[in-house]
Design a protein around this ligand. Structure first.
Ligand code: ATP
Length: 503
């Protein structure tokens, strides 16, 4: 059993371990944690900058981010550490003194920054496009949308990967010893190795290894824990069922007459043409929408209804023609100024998932209009009460049914006090029993003086609530008029065929 003895002497020499333990704790562990935390923090800062450059609209920052990432991800860590630590050693001494730490941390951060940049970029790009559209529709500019919604959401999604990067930095911190360390600067590996060399056995190094595992294994489990939490949204919470919502709506009928009147605006669309590349989608559309009226746009799939709607708030930029809001040319306004006057509600709600219902509604009034948080909260509470959701103010979207989410989205659009509100197939994604609640809310809204433009497949709603119905086909308005004319006396064969199919 000689080999067992040799193994024990080499790796399990308890005396050698006990001798190095105090230094391991007081010097090695402290320095390793310091190096890992400092380089990960600076790496996160560099990573955010690289990620934002990587998705920038202009080419130079994207190119810089690409080159940076390729270099620092491609080089072995030790090469970067030696190039930075030794290449800039005299500058480092002048700036930071004799300690190799600042340059070591910088080198580790540059490496971490390349990985973290990629992590952030993937996270930001994985955020649904509807989120940035909702930001734009709430009159945020690109930077505001990124800062307030898209980047925080992206970062939350990549938290597990960031903890993995911290684990990497805990291990890579051992490489800093190549730059030379004072005895007080030694990290876990170096403390273990020094002692292993002087005692001639590997037990101190094994102890260093155990310390690394004591840091990295809990972190690994922490990654799994937060990964699981982010995926499931934490502890399971009840989602409002459709039937429960229907019951709520019946018992919370809205007292229409008490709701405050809203201001509306006239919309004039003239010779509007929109193309996506070679594909012409709208052809010289002409439409007049009187202030405070409801216009429903109907027509077969792909006829250009949504595109027309999105051209009104310039989520789609027209190639030709004009859209005027109360006589003011929309193309001469800043898009953000236009969208304050023209709100929008989307088919898939596009609520901000990390915000409560109240925060969804108050965000734009506070951050964009600049009203105080207290006032913003009061406005949000009032708007939520108007859509029958006062009780759900502190719920996140994932805990609300589809119908409730859509009502929050309507409250959110109304909180910006638009004069025109665009509804893009807002009931198409809802279960049938929830459609009625949203349509009733819209019908109530129609009585309050705001101008409504509604793309819908709900013919009953269009007939009941519209002042004007517009039938589109192949990018053109084929027929329009009051609902009685469109539904009871259609003229064009195309409209007759369409109504025969849908009614
Ligand atoms: N961003 C885009 N890029 C390229 N083509 C687009 C884009 N948006 C819409 N289109 C095309 O424009 C045409 C009209 O689409 P639009 O969504 O306006 O129709 P729609 O009448 O609203 O249809 P649906 O009822 O199915 O939503 C379609 O052929 C569609 O593929």
């Amino acid at each position: 059993m000689d080999w067992l003895e040799v193994f024990k002497r080499s790796f399990l020499d308890w005396d050698a371990m006990a001798a190095v333990l105090p230094t391991m704790l007081a010097v090695g562990l402290k320095n390793t944690i310091f190096l890992a935390l400092a380089s990960t923090s600076l790496g996160i800062l560099i990573g955010i900058i690289i990620a934002v450059m990587g998705i920038a609209e202009s080419r130079f920052p994207r190119w810089f981010a690409r080159v940076y990432t390729d270099i620092f991800r491609g080089l072995p860590a030790i090469v970067t550490i030696l190039l930075v630590g030794q290449g800039f050693a005299s500058l480092g001494r002048q700036l930071f003194g004799a300690s190799p730490y600042p340059l070591g941390i910088l080198a580790l951060s540059l490496i971490a920054g390349a990985y973290i940049g990629e992590i952030f970029r993937a996270g930001i790009q994985s955020v649904d496009r509807g989120q940035s559209e909702a930001c734009r529709a709430l009159s945020m500019n690109y930077n505001q949308g990124m800062r307030l919604i898209v980047i925080p959401q992206g970062i939350r999604r990549v938290l597990p990967a960031l903890v993995n990067q911290l684990i990497s930095n805990v291990k890579d911190s051992s490489l800093v010893y190549f730059l030379g360390l004072l005895s007080s600067e030694r990290e876990l590996f170096r403390v273990g190795q020094d002692q292993a060399v002087s005692t001639g056995n590997l037990s101190p190094l094994l102890l260093a290894g155990i310390f690394y595992l004591c840091i990295t294994i809990p972190l690994t489990h922490f990654v799994n824990f937060i990964d699981n939490r982010l995926r499931t949204g934490g502890k399971s919470v009840g989602v409002t069922s459709g039937l429960q919502e229907v019951r709520e709506l019946v018992t919370q009928a809205q007292p229409t007459q008490k709701l405050r009147p809203l201001k509306g605006s006239r919309v004039d669309v003239k010779d509007l043409s929109v193309a996506f590349g070679e594909h012409k989608v709208l052809h010289e559309v002409e439409l007049r929408i009187e202030s405070g009226t409801v216009t429903c746009i109907i027509g077969p799939s792909g006829s250009g209804k949504s595109t027309l709607l999105r051209a009104v708030n310039r989520l789609v930029e027209p190639q030709a023609g004009s859209i005027k809001i109360d006589g003011e040319e929309s193309r001469s306004m800043k898009p953000e100024a236009l969208r304050r006057r023209v709100g929008m509600v989307f088919q898939h709600f596009n609520l901000f998932p990390d915000h409560t219902a109240l925060q969804n509604v108050s965000l734009a009034p506070v951050k964009i209009k600049g009203i105080s948080p207290k006032e913003g909260k009061a406005i949000a509470e009032a708007r939520l009460a108007e859509v029958g959701l006062a009780q759900k103010a502190n719920y996140r979207p994932s805990r609300l049914s589809g119908g409730q989410q859509q009502r929050v989205a309507i409250a959110r659009a109304l909180a910006m006090e638009p004069e025109v509100i665009l509804f893009d197939e807002v009931t198409s994604a809802l279960d049938p029993e929830l459609v009625k609640g949203v349509l009733n809310l819209m019908a109530d809204l129609a009585k309050r003086g705001i101008t409504m433009v509604v793309v819908t497949h709900e013919m009953g709603f269009a007939r009941r609530v519209s002042d004007q119905v517009v039938f589109m086909d192949e990018g053109r308005i084929v027929e329009m008029g009051p609902p009685s004319k469109i539904f009871d006396n259609p003229e064009s064969p195309r409209l007759k065929r369409f109504l025969a199919e849908v009614l």
